[in-house]
Design a protein. Sequence first.
Length: 141
Amino acid sequence: MSKKPEAQAPELSDAEKREAEKEGLKQAYAESAATNFRTQSETVGEPQADRWPDRHEIMQWSHLVDLGLDAFKDAIKPDAEPLVPEGKVAGLMELERSGKNRTEYVKALCDRLGVSSPLEVTSAGPGHTNDVTAVNPIKRG
């Protein structure tokens, strides 16, 4: 077996080395600038407007989540008297998700707001709701 002679890098003068370093720095800077531009272009956009900016300060409506399910559904209807504004219904969603988090109440609120998931309204609450429907009727006496 014969060994092939290794190619040696050409000897560079000090001026050539400095020039190569400059070119390397220019190339690295250009790549970094391009990466920064792509990153900023991908992440910076129009801020999302809050669909329900008036969903806060809902304490005067908070008693509604203590109603029975049918009374609650009647109270949040779009034609109910007195009318619960849509923004306050969104606030009730936050309140319910942060508290009892009952499935049927959350569904009723989603229906009223026209959303398919409570996560479209709020990040409050866990990734599930609590099913509180009776499995078997309770008979007494």
